[in-house]
Design a protein around this ligand. Sequence first.
Ligand code: DC
Length: 226
Amino acid sequence: MTAKTVPVIAIDGPTASGKGTVAARVAAHLGWHMLDSGALYRLTALACLEQGVSPADVEGAARVAAELDVCFGATGVSLAGRNVSEDIRREEVGNLASQVAALAPVRAALLDRQRAFRQPPGLVADGRDMGTVVFPDADLKIFLVASVEARAERRYKQLIEKGFSANLLTLLRDLEARDARDTQRATAPLAAAPDALVLDSSHLSIDETVAQVLAWWQERASLAGA
Ligand code: DC
């Protein structure tokens, strides 16, 4: 199997649409690899914070992205040998990630690293530009959406369950700002690929959303085998 023939399911969509959870469940069901591309932007943001590199320093941020010493393992993700799985989920890091993700040289620096995840038997990749830029030849492209209210409530519940304090209105405003930045940026803006299937999960449970993605994949796979 060459890298190009390894099947890819691309799941794109806005912040907190549930892409990560859905992608992980679909990957586990199929026994495939998983790429959480947002984690790479969050890792770049965290490394920038720690090295005192501002997102205004485009070359500096791109260098940080190119030199990321990252390892994805069973116990989470590590940066220079330190487990940072919790750190990269902080709202502050997410906001900075959205700023560094708007920089074309940062995106270019992370491209090959993302494509290297395409390994047999298959890859489920989640992000913003999986179906448009990183894996334009993906076998199935999903654009997962949910209303900003539904997403703010989900994020609120997640944070409270983890013992963090949270304010629903602040989360809602942050999501709106991040959506605007992700959709309006010049490089690889958040947009559905023309051949993506749009799935609105505002009123769906995770199980229902996963079931729909798997049903679409089975349809594709049986058509390809026919
Ligand atoms: O999916 P997430 O919230 O973990 O992503 C963090 C930020 O990274 C988000 O603001 C958008 C950006 N991102 C991106 O621009 N392209 C991707 N493929 C994934 C994430």
